[in-house]
Design a binder for this molecule. Structure first.
Ligand code: FAD
Length: 347
């Protein structure tokens, strides 16, 4: 009702879906944009069909260039790839990235900034939000309107609808499993989005020296990534030892699946903690989730209950996992697993 300049500005502001322009923070590896960042692009498209998307990629060298050209061919034509090419950005350090996002936002005045709820996104986005003096909304699973979002609370036991009423930009982390990855064309198309260089001349040496890369340790495995695998085989405390846990790995191998674990299995030292699924682990939503010797505590269910088909094997018929399972077998996993492994054909 007010005729103040503020109301008029609000009406014309980019929060109106027609004017949405979104900065997506992209992670890349071996010349490709990671699946979780492709989900962030899908989320940007969910804000509005006409949303113009700027995918920010940082780093240096041929891998960055390759990731940029692959991404450009899969983005809508009203979008662009922003390349921050610098030796100082070779490693995705949160402190440096936050300053980069701050600088890019000041030039681009985006209505939204989105990152996936990966370790990277969870590390960078809140820091960038602090620099921009806005409150981020985290772990979004649905975008109802450009400023209206749904996110889980209480370990996924309730869904909360949040309307963002603060100043631009609206900053979000999204749950990759809730925004399916769009198909990427195998070859470059003629409508590929343009690639522009970010002017880093004002990005001072002091910022690049704010934090220092020490090392990156990761499990060298042929198995699919737990966060994006189509099939996940999980073992719980019921496996009883690291040695027995090899049964889970054998089954996963036969199925071309990723291996998951409960926190109890991780705490008992059966497997490293990057395999933990749940509230304080990874959130997964594969086509098939198989749980062996897992009781189904709410903190575990929070990480896997959106899986399309859930199969559970537990010797206790009252185990809560059976409440979410599509197929349940009350039995001893030490009999069921070897039989299953034996009967499945070699991959
Ligand atoms: P248990 O609960 O001990 O269950 C083992 C199951 O194996 C039992 O149901 C038993 O019947 C079955 N079993 C035993 N032997 C056999 C056999 N021979 N054949 C078949 N079945 C058998 N947990 C997570 O998983 N992920 C999280 O992210 C997570 N975050 C947490 C965060 C907080 C703040 C807290 C407080 C807890 C969290 N937990 C998490 C822990 C969670 O509460 C449970 O303790 C944990 O999930 C239990 O793991 P489990 O099912 O392997 O073990």
């Amino acid at each position: 009702r007010s005729f103040s300049g503020f109301s008029l500005l609000r009406h014309l502001s980019p929060t109106n879906s027609r004017f949405a322009s979104t900065l997506v923070l992209g992670e890349h590896e071996s010349g490709s944009v990671k699946a979780s960042s492709l989900s962030a692009i899908a989320a940007a498209k969910a804000i509005s069909e006409e949303n113009s998307i700027s995918l920010l990629l940082a780093g240096t060298g041929p891998s960055l260039q390759e990731a940029a050209s692959n991404a450009a061919s899969s983005l809508p034509s009203n979008s662009q790839v922003l390349l921050a090419d610098s030796e100082g950005l070779k490693h995705p350090l949160a402190e440096t990235w936050a300053e980069l996002v701050h600088m890019v936002q000041q030039k681009g005045s985006y209505s939204h900034i989105i990152a996936a709820s990966s370790s990277f996104g969870k590390n960078v986005l809140p820091r960038a939000a602090a620099l921009l003096d806005v409150s981020p909304i985290t772990d979004v699973t649905e975008i109802s309107e450009p400023r209206l979002f749904i996110r889980p609370i209480y370990a996924g036991n309730a869904l909360c609808t949040v309307r963002y009423t603060g100043a631009n930009p609206t900053m979000l982390t999204i749950r990759p499993t809730s925004f399916p990855v769009p198909n990427i064309p195998s070859s470059k198309n003629s409508d590929a989005a343009p690639i522009s260089q970010v002017d880093l001349s004002t990005f001072s040496e002091a910022i690049l020296r704010k934090s220092r890369y020490v090392k990156h340790t990761f499990q060298d495995t042929e198995r699919p990534d737990l966060g994006s695998a189509k099939v996940v085989v999980t073992g719980g405390r019921g496996l009883k030892s690291a040695d027995n846990f090899k049964l889970i790995e054998k089954l996963a191998e036969k199925l071309g699946a990723a291996v998951g674990a409960t926190r109890a299995a991780v705490d008992a030292g059966f497997v490293p903690n990057e395999l933990q699924v749940g509230q304080t682990g990874k959130i997964v939503a594969p086509d098939l989730y198989m749980a062996f010797g897992v009781s189904g505590a709410i903190q575990h269910l929070a990480g896997m209950k959106d899986s399309k088909v859930i199969v559970a094997v537990n010797k206790d018929a009252d185990a809560p996992i059976f409440q979410v399972a599509d197929y349940g077998l009350v039995g001893d996993l030490f009999e069921v697993l070897p039989e299953l492994i034996e009967k499945l054909p070699e991959k």
